[in-house]
Design a protein around this ligand. Structure first.
Ligand code: F6P
Length: 341
């Protein structure tokens, strides 16, 4: 078979391990050939291809980013659409496409599969917000980077007796905040799933401060104080019409300072969380997902994606991944909150 591959949406550490896992399994075990599309759906619409043989994937599992490039391009906009994509697939003599991406990518892949394009998916997001898979690769690395950053914030916070606010990614879910906050021993973790009042937040901050600690507050970018209508967004919408989040840390830091009198600083970790070397956990998960995507192609499981359930890799329909966000359950938050303040 001839198989096209693309990586689309925000990058996540582990993308290259998926590509390597798929290409090595496909070429050495099944005799498949591969073509890479550059910069996600954009490369497919523009027929911008890259060679993808065993040689190109040599030693790439440990590299961050993606050797194929990525973008947040909607394949139905501009010159795109089903006819154009079928034309490019035919011109390249492709039997199947493996699309590696998050919610936006998988939604586009579903639309294309419904129209007859042969696609299997590999879920990807540092946010860990896809419901049909227990974990996505990239999440473990992002949590590790955020935890290390918070350990550093704590030492400078201790030195100055300041309250430190660390803003992490996650879009509309609080997984990165919950895990990195727990790992770093934060005094408050603010997540989108739990609206919180400024009063409650300041109680936690003061309680830690009064014990002689420099309070660490972790806030997910999608968090809203109970006095706010929507998550803080000041950078417009992305290509799929979703608000670009970020900046809530800088919003709440002066409020904490004003109300508690404790000098407070905010740090937004931003894209540092998505860069650099993937953790060993993410490399293994990504490699297994890449290998499983070839099994899905062999079995012609179009419209399905590979996913992690417990320790097993399974196949699930795109629809299951798109139905709803995997949010932080109440009991996971309550458990963490027992240690706040
Ligand atoms: O979905 C992954 C993610 O990193 C989110 O956590 C964040 O809101 C968004 O992507 C940032 O997108 P961009 O890289 O386009 O700024």
């Amino acid at each position: 078979m001839r198989i096209g591959m693309l990586t689309s949406g925000g990058d996540a550490p582990g993308l290259n391990a998926v590509i390597r896992g798929a290409v090595l399994t496909g070429t050495t075990v099944h005799g498949h050939e591969f073509v890479g599309f550059k910069d996600g759906w954009k490369g497919l619409v523009e027929d911008d291809i890259l060679p993808l043989s065993r040689h190109e994937v040599k030693g790439i599992s440990k590299q961050g980013g993606t050797i194929l490039g990525t973008s947040r391009t909607n394949p139905f906009e501009g010159r795109g659409g089903v006819d154009r994509i079928n034309e490019v697939m035919a011109d390249n003599r492709l039997d199947a496409l493996i699309a590696i991406g998050g919610e936006g990518t998988l939604a586009a892949a579903k639309r294309l599969t419904d129209a007859g394009v042969s696609i299997v998916g590999v879920p990807k997001t540092v946010d860990n917000d896809l419901d049909a898979t227990d974990y996505t690769f990239g999440f473990d690395t992002a949590v590790g980077i955020a935890t290390e950053a918070m350990d550093r914030l704590r030492t400078t916070g201790d030195a100055h007796n300041r309250c430190m606010v660390a803003e992490v990614m996650g879009r509309h879910v609080g997984w990165i905040a919950l895990h990195s906050g727990m790992a770093a021993g934060a005094h408050a973790i603010l997540i989108p799933e739990q609206r919180t009042s400024l009063e409650q937040l300041c109680e936690w901050v003061l309680s830690a401060y009064d014990r002689g600690r420099a309070p660490l507050v972790v806030v997910a970018e999608g968090f809203t104080l109970d006095s706010m209508d929507d998550p803080h967004s000041e950078r417009g919408l992305d290509a799929f019409g979703r608000p670009r989040l970020g900046g809530i840390g800088e919003q709440i830091a002066p409020l904490i300072e004003e109300r508690t009198g404790i000098e407070t600083r905010a740090t937004t970790l931003g894209h540092i969380q998505r860069g650099g070397t993937p953790s060993a956990f993410d490399r293994v998960l990504a490699t297994r997902l890449g290998m499983a995507s070839i099994r899905a192609v062999n079995e012609r499981l179009w419209g399905q994606m590979v996913a992690l359930r417990g320790t097993e890799i399974v196949h699930v329909p795109f629809q299951e991944a798109l139905g709803k966000l995997k949010t932080v359950p109440q009991d996971r938050y309550d458990e963490a909150a027992l240690l706040f303040g």
